[in-house]
Design a binder for this molecule. Structure first.
Ligand SMILES: [Zn+2]
Length: 448
């Protein structure tokens, strides 16, 4: 169990309920009313408030595609008054836990160790949607920044619930509870920022369009409604930052971890392998799974396993999947970490892997629905693209950094906070100013 319980901010559980429309309109109006001030100050040099130390707020909307937010009022304003990327390329695999940990470590899942939402560690056993930071094999920003004297806070983020191994954790954090509405999280962030010793790096996960996307597929009225509520909550946060004069010292980054693709067919990979004479344990599902083929360490077991891997790759290929023995993936998809199992399998967009126990499909099935949306497919697929927006300190209105990568987010946070980038981070800070975009790429809208 995580140490440092004195840092826990108790959060009374409450049912998730939609914000009444009047509230949404009130936030939208409040934000709109503040716009003239923002426009007037955008052209001038930072005000005296810029003397406040730089602060970064990183918000993630799970499973949200660029098209999902294009028409939302707050996101339209973020694009006008700040930076908007064409899309964000997730790391491999394009799943929630691996990408959220990459956002706060700046390294591939192969290196930070959260290789999927669920996996088996040869020594420690099964990991499944766990927020315990001791599973992380690379130091998260909360710890790195704390060592530099910069306090952090986190409202629901993978690996933020306490201290990282022998390192540190966020000064303030909240135990995960899926029922907490976005509005309450935004209120708490503003409260944190009003403290005498405020956090200067804040992370916060929002449900985005992920749950509705899995249940009903991408681009449904249900997803739109879920996102409209979160847009209103974010608008209130932006208005709060603006009203307190904090946008001169604070940068708001809004990202998502991956997109969502419509499911046309589902396949039980474990069953298919079994039918082909390969006894395997498939972990994960949707667009990506790891496969375990026996666990013995002897010479004979190793030889049998190699043969099983070859046969499993053949079977997976016959089913239209991409499949690689661990460590033999393309360089962009490193899988040396033993937590990847013996084999990794990537389903083509449109196909979702379900396990024999129907674990992935179960929540949807309980509602009498199929599994209609999935991710985990190859990160470069357009359907897997996430979002990236930035507003506030260090961001030019109308900046268009093109396509950005999940690996670039942590270097961007460090650059905004004036902190050095550790050598292990291979990404680079995302240019958020028009001149920087021109000088680093030679064009305003580079293809990356
Ligand atoms: Zn998901």
């Amino acid at each position: 169990m995580a140490s440092a319980p004195q840092n826990v901010t108790p959060e009374p559980p409450g049912p998730y309920h939609p914000a009444p429309m009047i509230r949404i309109l009130a936030f939208a109006f409040a934000f709109a009313a503040l716009l003239p001030f923002a426009r007037a100050s955008a052209a001038v040099e930072p005000s005296p408030a810029a003397a406040a130390p730089p602060t970064v707020i990183l918000i993630s909307l799970d499973g949200t595609r660029p098209a999902d937010v294009a028409g939302l009022p707050l996101f339209r304003r973020l694009a006008e008054r700040g930076a908007a990327a064409d899309g964000l390329v997730p790391v491999f695999p394009s799943n929630t836990f691996p990408n959220h940990v990459t956002f706060v470590t700046g390294v591939e899942p192969d290196r930070h160790g959260i290789v999927n939402n669920a996996f088996r560690d040869p020594a420690r056993g099964v990991y499944r949607y766990d927020d315990d930071p001791t599973w992380l094999q690379a130091e998260p920003l909360w710890s790195l920044l704390a060592r530099a004297g910069i306090p952090s806070a986190s409202y629901h983020w993978v690996g933020s619930e306490g201290a990282w191994r022998d390192g540190l954790g966020p000064k303030h954090w909240v135990r995960f509870d899926s029922r907490v509405p976005a509005q309450r999280k935004m209120d708490r962030i503003l409260e944190w920022l009003a403290l005498a010793d405020p956090p200067r790096f804040v992370t916060c996960w929002l449900r985005g369009a992920d749950a509705t996307g899995h249940r009903l597929g991408p681009a449904t009225p249900e997803s739109a409604q879920a996102l409209a509520e979160q847009d209103a909550a974010l608008a209130q946060l932006a208005a709060g930052l603006e009203a307190r004069g904090l946008l001169a010292s604070t940068t708001l980054l809004v990202v998502s971890d991956h997109g969502m693709a419509r499911v046309e067919r589902t396949l039980d990979l474990e069953k298919e392998l079994e039918a082909a004479g390969v006894r395997a344990s498939v972990i994960g599902g949707g667009g990506f799974a790891t496969v375990q083929l026996g666990r013995g360490a002897g010479q004979r077991e190793a030889k049998q396993r190699r043969a099983a891997v070859r046969r499993a790759v053949e079977v997976a290929h016959e089913l239209g999947f991409e499949a690689f023995a661990r460590g033999e993936t393309p360089p962009d998809w490193p899988t040396a970490n033993p937590r990847f199992g013996d084999l990794v399998v990537v389903a083509p967009v449109g196909t979702a892997i379900v396990d024999g126990h129907g674990a992935l499909a179960a929540p949807a099935a309980a509602l009498g629905l199929g599994l209609q949306g999935a991710h985990g497919h190859r990160p470069e697929a357009p359907e897997m693209a996430g979002i990236f927006f930035a507003l506030g300190r260090g961001v030019d209105p109308g900046a268009r950094p093109g396509r950005v990568r999940a690996l670039d987010v942590a270097p961007t946070v460090l650059a905004l906070l004036g902190q050095p980038q550790p050598a292990a981070m291979t990404g680079r800070p995302i240019p958020l100013q028009v001149a920087a975009i021109r000088s680093t790429t030679g064009s305003e809208n580079p293809a990356r």
